[in-house]
Design a protein around this ligand. Structure first.
Ligand code: ADP
Length: 615
């Protein structure tokens, strides 16, 4: 095991989940446009068909202005010629309309398919991360990546790529035709365009930087809102609405400040750009007008009015093509930003030790051995939480963890669930290091009931059967054992009753009993319990206690105990204080010792509180 651990490549991540080197510097990003486009591989069929439609629609767009000019000249010629030309133009437009339909449909469809796949992949990558990852990454931010970052990518890879090609084709095709129509006039235009586009690109960079700032501010505000709304009860019970509004308002204000500048910059950009573009058109108009004038004087010179019309339309088309191209650039940059965030998440391997051959044992008896376990939370490297903890739990025993709050009891339970691995020392299960066991297999053998169980926003039945597929009988049986059957039947919808987000529609005691049923249905070898301190009323308390007592039978149980009755029944009481075992023994042995434990018990008794020992 030690050898394996040495080989393990250490990876570091910053608070945003980006991979960094030992010094905290972000590694050169592994996201590039190619990888981005590679994401769309499964959609290549759709995209190719879309491209073909796009070629047709672009061709129509390039040819149409030519016919505009022809219409003008035909009108000057005869009515029959006018009718013929307009009909041809209509035919061309029809082809354009059909191909545009397919182009838009195919590209959007490809985008939707891609983003649906990407979201699922991303979510699965996030949910697979180790628990410590969620200690440092905020839920709001992660949800943001799932929703908005993926949407940005969707647009970039499909719609924006298609627009890029469309505009390029439009520009190149128009320019080619312009050269064909009149090279001199095109020369005049081309002398002006680079100046305009260079200015536009430079200014565009500046605007983009501001847009990025704006997005960042907005994301911060979003995270604040998510936090406040997801804990709206806490906000309200402390009448924190105003504070929440103020905090959120401040962030929005910050984004508004940037937004104000952005508005001005964008306005200036558009103004300047139009000025230059129209200047170019005026120049072409003057020179073109002169050519038409020449033609009127001498038909072998210059160009016809129709040709000038076509030419002007091409000029507009080229100018528009350039303008739209520059706006696309911003979208692509945004997509690269989003892709960096998405790829780092997609690539992130959960920092969990996985043995080359994960073991499953025939049966698990539930024997546990902690040996010199030291542990520090990765999110708080400066303080060691467990400082050499050694104890044993025999098969079928009930061991109570007691001690002052913050001593490390919950941490011990988290380590048994393998939410984290010890930094030093080992935890053994039936004599086998926990790390060598197949994690999914092991977790099926362990069930935990916490003080404040989290239920999901689905039916009671689905909550109870969360850990495994179960028949209605099994669900009911588990509910009966957990003293939950009666109250569930009292609901109009029975087991189909929806419990609301995080179980808000159930009382504390009811939630606990549903959580006990959810644990029992797994028929776990090892039961991890965190006794509720006080919140329950006497009736509920009794029912919960009865359910817990029943659940403990025939299992190895580790309980973070708060009640005298529990510790009295325990085979062993382990007193945890400041990350170390202060005392260990049975309730009566420990009382006889006149140590920490006795002081805790006495304090609890004199306080007239039936709860025991900690918190
Ligand atoms: P107890 O269950 O005895 O009250 P805990 O195991 O919850 O104690 O906490 C032990 C110490 O670890 C405390 O100082 C607590 O602040 C810290 N701690 C608990 N959970 C985390 C976490 N997820 N990240 C960082 N520190 C934590």
């Amino acid at each position: 095991l030690r050898r394996l651990e040495k080989q393990r490549v250490l990876k570091y991540y910053n608070q945003q989940g980006q991979e960094v080197d030992e010094n905290g510097k972000i590694k050169p990003d592994n996201a590039n446009l190619f990888r981005l486009i590679g994401l769309a591989k499964p959609e290549s069929g759709l995209l190719t068909a879309g491209m073909i439609s796009m070629l047709v629609s672009s061709a129509v767009q390039v040819i149409a202005p030519l016919y505009f000019g022809k219409v003008v000249d035909a009108a000057l010629e005869s009515m029959a010629s006018l009718n013929r030309t307009v009909l041809t133009l209509l035919g061309i437009y029809m082809a354009g309309a059909v191909s545009s339909l397919f182009r838009a449909y195919l590209f959007t469809l490809a985008g939707q398919r891609l983003v649906a796949r990407l979201r699922t992949r991303l979510f699965s990558s996030v949910v697979e991360q180790e628990v410590a990852f969620f200690d440092v990454n905020r839920t709001g931010e992660l949800c943001n990546r799932l929703s908005s970052d993926t949407a940005v990518l969707q647009n970039a890879i499909t719609v924006n790529v298609s627009m890029l090609f469309r505009y390029l084709l439009q520009i190149l095709g128009s320019l080619a035709l312009m050269f064909y129509l009149n090279a001199a006039l095109t020369g005049v235009l081309l002398a002006i365009v680079p100046v305009v586009s260079l200015g536009a690109t430079q200014y565009g960079k500046f605007v983009r930087k501001m847009r990025k700032q704006f997005q960042d501010r907005l994301a911060e505000a979003g995270t604040q809102a998510e936090e406040a709304l997801s804990s709206v009860r806490t906000v309200k019970s402390f009448t924190g609405e105003e504070k929440a509004i103020e905090v959120y308002g401040n962030f929005v204000q910050e984004s508004y400040k940037v937004g104000k500048k952005l508005a001005l910059a964008q306005g200036t950009f558009e103004g300047l750009f139009s000025l230059l573009a129209y200047g170019a058109i005026a120049a072409v108009l003057w020179y073109g007008g002169k050519l038409v004038y020449d033609n009127a004087q001498n038909p072998s010179d210059g160009i016809t009015a129709g040709l000038l019309t076509s030419f002007l339309l091409y000029t507009l088309q080229v100018a528009m093509g350039f303008a739209l191209l520059s706006s696309l650039y911003g979208d692509f940059m945004q997509a690269v930003g989003a892709s960096v965030r998405i790829f780092t998440l997609l690539d992130r391997k959960p920092d969990v030790f996985v043995p080359p051959n994960p073991l499953t044992l025939g049966t698990l008896s539930g024997e546990i051995e902690f040996k010199d376990v030291r542990f520090t939370y990765p999110s708080r490297p400066e303080s060691e939480v467990l400082k050499g903890v050694t104890f044993e739990v025999e098969k079928g025993q009930m061991v109570a963890l007691v001690g002052p709050s913050g001593g490390g009891k919950s941490t011990i339970v988290s380590l048994i669930e393998r939410f984290y691995d010890p930094n030093e020392g080992s935890i053994r299960m039936d004599g086998c290091d926990l790390k060598l066991l197949d994690l999914a297999w092991f977790r099926q053998k362990v069930a935990a009931v916490s003080q404040e169980p989290t239920l999901f926003a689905c039916s009671i039945r689905d909550n109870i059967a969360y850990g495994r597929e179960a028949t209605d009988e099994e669900v009911e049986d588990a509910a009966r054992q957990a003293n939950a059957h009666d109250f569930i039947c009292g609901f109009e919808d029975g087991y189909k009753t929806l419990v609301g987000e995080r179980g808000v529609r159930l009382s504390g005691g009811q939630k606990q009993r549903v959580a006990i049923a959810r644990a029992l249905i797994m028929n776990p070898t090892l039961l991890l319990l965190d006794e509720a301190t006080s919140a329950l009323d006497a009736e509920s308390e009794h029912l919960v206690q009865e359910a817990i007592d029943r659940a403990m039978r025939g299992r190895t149980v580790i309980v973070i105990a708060h009640r005298l009755s529990t510790v009295r029944n325990a085979n062993k009481v382990v007193v945890i204080d400041k990350g170390q075992i202060a005392e260990m023994g049975t309730h009566s042995e420990l009382l006889a010792r006149h140590g920490v434990y006795k002081r805790l018990v006495l304090r609890q008794l004199t306080a007239g509180n039936q709860g025991l020992v900690s918190h």
